[in-house]
Design a protein around this ligand. Structure first.
Ligand SMILES: CSC[C@H]1O[C@H](OP(=O)(O)O)[C@H](O)[C@@H]1O
Length: 357
């Protein structure tokens, strides 16, 4: 795993104004991503079940972001239990933590964050409330640092003058800030490596058209929006040198779950000689899941396919199938970038060398 990075010429503060998750000390404020880009509005959660509902409803979304939100959900749940130490608290918090865990199945970051909160609870005494509050804050601050490092590592792979296509939203809205794949793109633009950014609309929830387009506009990086169906044709024109995407779960052999439509981008990219990069923090790596066929792919309400913005766009009285993730086999991935470094041509051996197991 290589680790050549250059943080120079990246003005992180310029690119880092959006915060989808705000802890007030008493409540968790979540930027309501169902309403972006036309309405910027925060939802206030004062208990853990409200956080679980917000994760399920995609009020807050994005693998790292839902882990961070769930960690603060545990802090809110702690308000409802009395316990002499962390072990007793963990037992009494278990039902609320299970409901947080069950909010969405595919992104490993949710379970990872809750497991981290359980670990510190088990090791804490009478100060367990302060301990879990510090841990939730650490999960968020470590994610921001990881994204900034990943941005530099990933951008270093991209030759100056490149065009890049991204999918879904993997920016500040999906993380503690700066983003994963969008962090690579922000860094690549800042360093003059990326001349053109294309964003796939990402049906049916339109994370690309609604969130990535809006988010990059805040940075003065206006992407060119493309229909999901136009991606392969775009690659055939030679306008794109890299496809850069995020991840929801990276398996022990490098197989990667990400937003539905990622797999076909990888197939088209390989056919057209376009490089394919996955950028994700190590909290997205799941060495306990051997391969992509074992990942639970979330299926959401088919109604998400029938309408856009509340306006029906599909014929009446038809069925729909709405899986919202798919799995890209590691053989189609040219590089996996985490904050620990770059894994080129990922496979089981490379993943074990980087992450153990
Ligand atoms: C850095 S976010 C990773 C991942 O999460 C998104 O899914 P969703 O919008 O359903 O939460 C998408 O798959 C991103 O690539």
């Amino acid at each position: 795993m290589s680790d050549t990075t250059s943080h120079d010429s990246i003005d992180f503060d310029r690119y880092d104004r959006i915060r989808p998750i705000r802890w007030t000390g008493d409540a968790l404020e979540l930027l309501d991503q169902r309403k972006l880009p036309f309405t910027v509005e925060y939802v206030t959660c004062t208990d853990s079940d409200a956080v679980a509902a917000a994760i399920h409803a995609l009020t807050v979304r994005g693998a790292p972001a839902i882990g961070i939100a769930a960690a603060w959900g545990v802090v809110l749940a702690a308000r409802t239990v009395d316990a002499d130490d962390g072990t007793q608290a963990a037992t009494r918090l278990a039902p609320a933590m299970q409901r947080l865990n069950d909010a969405r199945p595919t992104a490993v970051n949710l379970a990872w964050a809750l497991a981290r909160m359980r670990r510190v609870l088990a090791a804490s005494g009478a100060d367990w409330r302060e301990v879990i509050t510090r841990e939730a804050d650490a999960i968020a601050s470590e994610d921001l640092a990881a994204n900034r490092r990943m941005g530099a590592l990933g951008a270093a792979l991209i030759a100056p003058g490149s065009g890049v296509l991204t999918h879904c939203n993997t920016g500040s809205l999906a993380t503690a800030g700066f983003g994963t794949a969008l962090g690579v793109i922000r860094a690549g633009v800042a360093q003059g490596r990326i001349d053109k950014v294309y964003a796939g609309e990402t049906r049916p929830w339109l994370q690309g058209a609604r969130l990535t387009a809006w988010e990059l506009q805040q940075d003065g990086i206006a992407p060119t929006l493309v229909a999901d169906a136009a991606a392969a044709h775009l690659m055939s024109t030679g306008a794109v040198q890299w496809v850069v995407v995020g991840a929801d779960r990276i398996c022990a052999n490098g197989d990667t779950a990400n937003k539905i439509g990622t797999y076909q981008l990888a197939i088209a990219a390989r056919h057209h000689g376009v490089k394919f990069m996955v950028a994700a923090p190590s909290s997205t790596v799941d060495m306990d899941t051997a391969s992509g066929d074992l990942i639970h792919i979330e299926e959401r309400d088919p109604g998400e396919l029938f309408a856009v913005g509340g306006v029906r766009t599909a014929a009446a009285e038809i069925d729909a199938w709405n899986p919202v993730f798919d799995v890209t086999p590691h053989a189609l991935i040219d590089a996996i970038v985490t904050e620990r470094g770059v894994i080129e041509r990922p496979d089981g051996a490379a993943m074990r060398a980087a992450f153990g197991g």
